[in-house]
Design a binder for this molecule. Structure first.
Ligand SMILES: [Fe+2]
Length: 270
């Protein structure tokens, strides 16, 4: 581990990791260090990486086995475990706060993004510390949230393939507060557009409550904003954060991120 440093980027979350070339194999002591760092800091940034798709998949595997992404029309043809985030193939930047793939029984532990082409201004990614958001709630609301669950499904992009709907569009129930399997702490957990409803509430009341909760709990004190540089790798801990993209960039420029998600546990509250 010689030469590796982990330096916080924001008072609430995020850390920059230096001294690692992710194109080289990650050994077991380093894997453990990075796993712990992700659980503690919730977002890890590695600058100046230069990765082939195969090297990128290998590095991502240090955080868990890469898993299939359900909008398979956007996956890299030769490396289908890598999704392409690129507005020119019809995608809109995901500007709403969310955590990924909650329609899966075991949603991804982490989402990993690699900056391949970066616009000259804007197009950042923000990550919110939902562990701290949970801790800041009044006690009676924490207790209420702990009793609630969401039902989740695909959130209906028009170009979703039938095979993806068949595999991934079944109702999946998750707690709205989950315990982090490595860190042991609790965090607010839901995806406002993949959650069809909260158990026992109408879809309308559910959305209203989730919207209001996001507005109330996410503020700059718990948000790390990542300004992309080409060659950055950003690793987001999905178990205790939400994230969003920013569409404030010139669409005549390219913004290309390669995305890998890695397997996680079934969310549970303990
Ligand atoms: Fe996302």
């Amino acid at each position: 581990m010689s030469g590796v440093t982990i330096a916080p980027l924001h008072p609430s979350l995020g850390a920059e990791v230096t001294g690692i070339d992710l194109s080289k194999p990650v050994d077991e002591p380093m894997r453990q260090t990075l796993t712990r760092a992700l659980a503690d800091h919730l977002a890890l940034v590695f600058h100046d990486q230069s990765l082939t798709p195969a090297q990128y998949l290998s590095a991502a595997s240090a955080f868990g086995p890469p898993m299939e992404q359900h909008y398979s029309q956007h996956n890299m043809p030769d490396f289908p475990l890598i999704g392409l985030i690129w507005h020119r193939n019809g995608q809109q930047p995901a500007e709403q706060w969310h955590t990924d793939h909650t329609n899966r029984e075991r949603p991804p532990a982490a989402t990993i993004l690699y900056g391949v082409e970066i616009p000259s201004a804007g197009g950042g990614t923000s990550v919110a510390n939902m562990r701290e958001a949970y801790a800041r709630l009044p006690e009676d609301e924490r207790r209420r949230l702990e009793s609630l669950t969401t039902f989740n499904a695909l959130d209906g992009h028009a170009d979703t393939r039938e095979e993806d709907r068949a595999k991934y569009d079944r109702p999946i129930e998750h707690p709205m507060v989950r315990t982090h399997p490595v860190h042991g702490s609790r965090a607010v957990y839901f995806h406002i557009s993949k959650a069809t409803h909260i158990a026992g509430m109408t879809p309308e009341a559910s959305k209203l409550y989730m919207r209001e909760l996001l507005d109330r709990t996410i503020d700059p004190a718990v948000v790390y904003h990542h300004r992309w540089r080409k060659g950055d790798v950003l690793i987001i801990d999905n178990r205790a954060t939400m994230h969003r993209a920013h569409g404030d960039y010139d669409r005549s420029e390219n913004r290309v991120l390669w995305r890998i998600i890695v397997e996680g546990d079934r969310p549970r509250l303990v």
